[in-house]
Design a protein around this ligand. Structure first.
Ligand code: UD1
Length: 432
């Protein structure tokens, strides 16, 4: 078992470079199965979700070659199976994108019921509604989803709920459909636009991604060799922005798309931190005093992202005054507050609301990452706290952040990953 050991109390200072977006990458990899050709994907985050997806894609007959730490080629000319390994696909959420991609290319697919972070109920009714509207027959049972069709035919689909996954999945299924598909009330996150750009690079005709209506004119085939670079990760960039403020530090964050960070910058300015856009892909964030309280409501893009809510919670835990966070996307996203309370925070969470009574400082404690972003929040809390924090359940964090401890170490954090060989705390160092 591995854990992170953090000795806190040092403000973060320096420069950090952001990787490609996890949530775009996990959709672009399945999307690459739509093309009867070879795709080179650059700026791919080297994280466990991506590696798992590559393993699944290879089981389907595509050939994956890593040509660098963050670049792969996918040769999807020969798909030999449309039945994905059920145990592997059940391990994470984004395996649902294989449904849209394989339905679109082959008219047949089976995956295990998607897993992922335990953030509350995670239904996929909007995905299924979209596939059925396009003409697919979908069956859900025994922990699996099977979808088949003779052909998919474009139609109008209204999303009752703004869903990132359903929007992307319907886009994937409809690029090769007959005729035109209109998605009304789609999600508008940066990774939606990135997936649409990727599909268009392959020869698809997707218009309006990032707006209130997406129009997909089905094309007959996607062929050829293409190269695509994944958009910078909005959530990783936001994580470092919030880490700068929580630690009263000073960070220059490079390779980010500053436009995607406006919803975070606005809140940081409101609480008294400083944000300066240096150019379109570099942002400077610093904080020289205790931030003031704020009220936050998570919303679909361009609102405040739910995936940065726990990291913002750490900032508010030591802000001046009482703050309120209202989580409008996931019902179980406040599990991290119990862990922060072990570090001296004063947070009362009930249902989708949490009240943060700002305390002067946090102290170190052993804590558990309950999900991916909760894990990032606990690392930030450990960096801010007096004394030593141990963060457990690193498999959640490794799903979505590449080299997280190296990145934090490079900007001044005292953090190391250690392997606990024996439950009686006999530690063997893995990396310094
Ligand atoms: C994606 C992100 C996740 C992020 C979330 C919201 C990926 C791989 N994951 O998750 O990190 O927290 O967007 O920004 O990109 N819903 C339904 N029916 C559906 C689909 C969704 O009711 O068919 C509800 C969900 O329960 C949730 C809300 O819609 O309350 C948003 O979910 P959605 O945008 O689909 O999230 P994911 O795509 O699973």
């Amino acid at each position: 078992m591995e854990k992170l050991v953090i000795t806190g109390g040092t403000p973060l200072k320096g420069e950090v470079t952001i990787n490609g977006a996890k949530n775009a990458a996990v959709a672009i990899l399945p999307a690459a199965l739509l093309i009867n050709g070879i795709t080179t994907i650059e700026n791919l985050p080297n994280i466990s979700d991506v590696k798992l997806l590559c393993e699944i894609i290879e089981e389907l007959g595509a050939k994956i070659t890593w040509v660098g730490k963050n670049t792969i080629t996918i040769d999807a000319r020969n798909i030999t199976s449309t039945r994905a390994p059920l145990e592997l696909t059940r391990k994470f959420r984004a395996s649902y994108y294989l449904i849209g991609a394989l339905l679109g290319r082959c008219g047949d697919v089976q995956v295990g019921m998607p897993g992922g972070c335990k953030l509350g109920a995670r239904p996929i009714d909007q995905h299924i509604k979209g596939f059925e509207a396009l003409g697919a027959h979908v069956e859900v049972g025994q922990g699996n989803i099977t979808a088949t069709c003779k052909e998919l035919v474009g139609t109008n689909i209204y999303m009752d709920i703004v869903s990132v996954g359903a929007t992307i999945n319907v886009m994937l299924a409809s690029v090769l459909a007959k005729g035109t598909t209109i998605i009304d009330n789609p999600a508008k996150e940066p990774h939606i636009v990135d997936v649409a750009n990727f599909l268009n690079t392959m020869g698809a005709d997707v218009r309006g991604a990032g707006t209130d209506v997406i129009k997909i004119n089905g094309v007959e085939k996607l062929e050829g060799n293409i190269t695509y670079s994944v958009v910078p990760d909005q959530i990783e960039a936001g994580t470092f922005m919030l880490a700068a403020v929580a630690s009263r530090g000073d960070l220059v964050i490079k390779n980010c798309t500053t436009k995607h960070l406006e919803c975070i910058s606005a809140k940081l300015l409101e609480i008294g931190a400083h944000v300066e856009e240096l150019d379109g892909d570099t942002i400077h964030v610093w904080c020289d005093k205790r931030p003031s309280k704020a009220n936050i409501k998570t919303l679909p893009y361009p609102g405040f992202p739910t995936d940065l809510q726990p990291q913002m919670g750490v900032v508010l835990a030591t802000a001046e005054g009482t703050s309120i966070i209202n989580e409008s996307i996931w019902e179980s996203r406040f599990q991290y507050t119990d862990e922060l309370n072990k570090m001296g925070a004063k947070i009362t969470a009930q249902g989708k609301t949490a009240i943060f009574e700002g305390v002067d400082s946090l102290y170190g404690a052993p804590v558990c990452a309950t999900d991916l972003r909760a894990g990032a929040a606990l690392i930030i809390a450990g960096i801010c706290a007096e004394g030593t924090t141990e963060v457990y359940n690193l498999e959640h964090i490794d799903r979505g952040y590449e080299n997280i401890e190296e990145k934090f170490r490079s900007i001044g954090a005292n953090i190391k990953r250690v392997k606990e060989e024996d439950p009686n705390k006999n530690l063997v160092e893995m990396s310094e």
